[in-house]
Each structure stands twice: as structure tokens, then as C-alpha cells.
Design a protein around this ligand. Structure first.
Ligand SMILES: Cc1ncc(COP(=O)(O)O)c(C=O)c1O
Length: 398
């Protein structure tokens, strides 16, 4: 993570195909800049945004507008009492995981079940208890165009008293997988049966930023905790996460916020408020953000396939998010060593082995994958992919 942070902060000539930074999409930047200027020109609004503490659950006006948008779009039975903001969704995961799992006063220890590893690297270190996560290996479906897709292995998914919550990212970071509606329905059923919440990390999902390229339905009910974020709209600097859940979870998040942050930053909700009240946020997601990333995904996928000709490789189906997940079965070196070699040549990716928090068993697959981000500009992505293929071929003496 330090390598990635240094690369983003410095002016070194690094091909950054490693982070989760969203692209700076000109139309989105122009919109946010215009909105920012209008705020600055309105002295009362400007003074309110920089001069007042928001309530611990976040900007009330924004929360009311978002509840109305979700009710209208999905027909869900929810209101403002079902929504709280956090200082980025990463902070929300820290709160949720440690609230629902960990060591309890009666000595019980509960875990967060990740039904399908690989899973988001950002979860790995958030547990206040060691071994917070239990993860399961996926089933792998291979296709003959050098792609593959992970599926949840429901036969081996055991949910017992030691599980405090189930969590999936959908679309998935790192793989770009979008769990099918059927998989989500089954998970939701299992969660209800076992009386544990299902957390869906919807950072890339619907209705915004909607970086999903397959047909998928968005699921929420009072046993589901849906986590969203303004980051992948192009606002990671605004640090605004959104938790949608039953009232007792939302109250607990508000209390947590009060203790840790006192109040949340007001600028993120203020910048997108108009977009939410008008529903424009959905239109921009569908007509600007989604097509932007879809084109980049298709371009990166065909380039990687072309460059890797002659190598035994599979790429996960690019169904959403910002990443290609490359699997090199029988790679002669570990993915960590490949990462180091690429770093020496000025390309940053992430070695796949980091994305298996909670999967204790040794599995060679963990050391055969790379996550490649395609959100940066096309020239950087092309040059980076060429070098990745060169280094992979060098390990095979091709
Ligand atoms: C799947 C997933 N969840 C959560 C986050 C955290 O987002 P935020 O910027 O809202 O903290 C990220 C960031 O990359 C992510 O990829």
C-alpha cells in the first residue's frame, strides 16, 4: 500500500496500474467544479458547509434526499432512519465488522464470513480481533476465450454460531466479478436463516456509480447492510461513505461516528445533493461513468489477451469495477516476485496473494494472480500491459 501511495503522491514516472483510484472523467470533473463554484458564490451555503458540524449520522438534507431516491428507484421500504454516512466507506467497514464480529463480553468470538475469496484487500487489517475473517475458496468456471468466472461454493459454505456477519463486494474488488442475482438471493436467504446480517459492499454498484457491465438487480432488505460510497463517482477526496441498514445498525453507526469523528465532512454530500434530488446522479452514472469504464475494460481486456498470446493465462470476466484479474496457472515465480520485477520496470500492480484475507489453507492459485487497474489514461494502461506481458513471458523464457 505504501508503494501505491508513494506512486500517487510523487512525480516519479510510475505506471500506476495498482490502486483503486477512480479515473478523472472530464464531464464529472466539470460538474463538480461548477457545483463547487456555485457553493462558493453563495455565502450562506458556503458558511453553512464549512462552519457547522453535521449531525453524527451525516448531513440530514442529503440523507432525506437519498432515501427518497432509493424508495423511488427500487420501491424499498426505507426512510432517513435507515441511512448513515461515514468518513469513507472504509471507515464504515471498520465499524460494522468490529460491531458485528470480534470478541464479545461473554467471551464469544464471532467472525465475518467472506463466502468467496479473493476479496477486497481493504478488509484485511480492520479487525480488532485477530482472525476476524473466515474466507472460502470459490468454484471456477472456465470459458474458451481465455476468461473465467468465480462462483460461490455453496456446498462448502457453513454458517454456524461463530459467524457474526457475511460480507461480499459486488462488483468485486479485485476480480471485477458481479455475483449473480441468484447467488445474492441464496446468500440473503442463508443470512436470514442464520440470523446474521448480509453486508453488500456496493462501492462500484447501483444506482451510482453503476460500474456494472452485466444485468444485475440491487438487493436490500432489513437484514442487509448495503454500503455505498461517493468515491468511485470521482470524489475519493471527499471521504463519504453511505450505510443503508435497519435502524439499530444505523443508530450504532451514528454513535461510532460521534466518538471517532464527532461529525462528518460536509463537502461530499453538499457537492452531490442536487444530483440526488434531481435523480441526475443516476443519469450521469448510466450515460457517463458506466460507458467510460466499459470502454476501458474492453480495451484493456483485448490488449492483455493480445499481448499474452502464447502464454497459459485466464482473465476474470470483466463485469464491473476498475480491475482486470489475471490468473497465470503454473507461473514459475510467485505473483509477489512478479510484482517486484514489474515494480523495478516502473509498473505497479498488486500481487493477488493479498486478496485472500481469512483463507488460511495454502492454495497455489493465491500466488498465480495479479490485479491490474485500468482506470488510468489509455497510454499508461497500454504501456503497463505491454511490460506485464513482457515480464510474464520472460519467466517462461519466451
Ligand atoms: C470494494 C471497495 N470497498 C470499499 C472501498 C473504500 O472506499 P471509500 O473510498 O469509500 O473508503 C473501496 C476502495 O477502493 C473498494 O474498492
Amino acid at each position: 500500500m505504501e508503494d501505491l501511495g508513494d506512486a500517487m503522491a510523487g512525480d516519479e514516472d510510475v505506471m500506476m496500474l495498482g490502486g483503486g483510484n477512480p479515473a478523472q472523467i472530464p464531464e464529472m470533473l466539470a460538474f463538480f467544479q461548477d457545483r463547487m463554484e456555485r457553493i462558493i458564490q453563495n455565502p450562506a451555503e458556503f458558511a453553512h458547509i464549512i462552519g457547522n458540524y453535521d449531525p453524527p449520522k451525516g448531513d440530514r438534507r442529503f440523507i432525506i434526499a437519498l432515501a427518497a431516491l432509493l424508495r423511488e428507484e427500487y420501491g424499498w421500504d426505507l426512510g432517513p432512519e435507515n441511512i448513515a454516512l461515514t468518513a469513507g466507506s472504509q471507515a464504515g467497514f471498520f465499524m460494522l465488522f468490529n460491531m458485528l464480529a470480534g470478541e464479545f463480553e461473554n467471551g464469544e468470538r464471532r467472525h465475518v464470513l467472506l463466502p468467496m475469496a479473493p476479496e477486497y484487500i481493504g478488509y484485511a487489517e480492520v479487525g480488532l480481533m485477530e482472525d476476524l475473517f473466515i474466507a472460502k475458496r470459490p468454484q471456477i468456471e472456465l470459458f474458451d476465450d481465455n476468461t473465467f468466472k468465480y462462483h460461490i461454493d455453496f456446498e462448502n459454505l457453513v454458517i454456524d454460531k461463530s459467524i457474526g456477519a457475511i460480507c461480499v463486494s459486488r462488483p468485486s474488488n479485485p476480480t471485477g466479478n458481479v455475483l449473480t442475482d441468484n447467488e445474492i438471493e441464496k446468500l440473503s436467504g442463508l443470512a436470514v436463516e442464520n440470523n446474521v446480517p448480509l453486508i453488500i459492499d456496493n462501492a462500484y454498484g447501483m444506482p451510482f456509480p453503476n460500474i456494472i457491465f452485466t444485468d444485475a438487480k440491487l438487493h436490500w432488505d432489513k437484514n442487509t447492510i448495503l454500503c455505498m460510497s461517493l468515491s468511485k463517482l470521482g470524489l475519493p477526496g471527499m471521504r463519504t461513505g453511505i450505510v443503508i441498514a435497519n435502524e439499530s445498525i444505523i443508530d450504532a453507526i451514528g454513535q461510532f461516528n460521534g466518538i471517532i469523528n464527532l461529525a462528518l465532512a460536509s463537502f461530499g454530500p453538499a457537492l452531490v445533493y442536487d444530483l440526488v434530488t434531481s435523480g441526475e446522479i443516476i443519469r450521469l452514472s448510466n450515460t457517463v461513468i458506466k460507458p467510460y469504464y466499459k470502454r476501458k475494460a474492453e480495451r484493456a481486456m483485448s490488449l492483455l489477451k493480445e499481448e499474452l498470446k502464447g502464454v497459459d493465462f485466464h482473465i476474470h470476466k470483466a463485469e464491473g469495477a476498475l480491475f482486470l484479474w489475471l490468473w497465470l496457472p503454473g507461473l514459475a515465480i510467485s505473483s509477489e516476485e512478479l510484482y517486484q520485477r514489474l515494480k523495478r520496470r516502473g509498473v505497479l500492480v498488486i500481487s493477488g496473494h493479498y486478496f485472500f484475507p481469512g483463507l488460511k489453507e495454502d492454495w497455489q492459485h493465491k500466488h498465480e494472480c495479479l490485479r491490474i487497474t485500468y482506470s488510468m489514461n489509455d497510454e499508461v494502461v497500454s504501456a503497463g500491459i505491454k511490460l506485464i506481458a513482457e515480464e510474464v513471458k520472460a519467466t517462461l523464457n519466451l
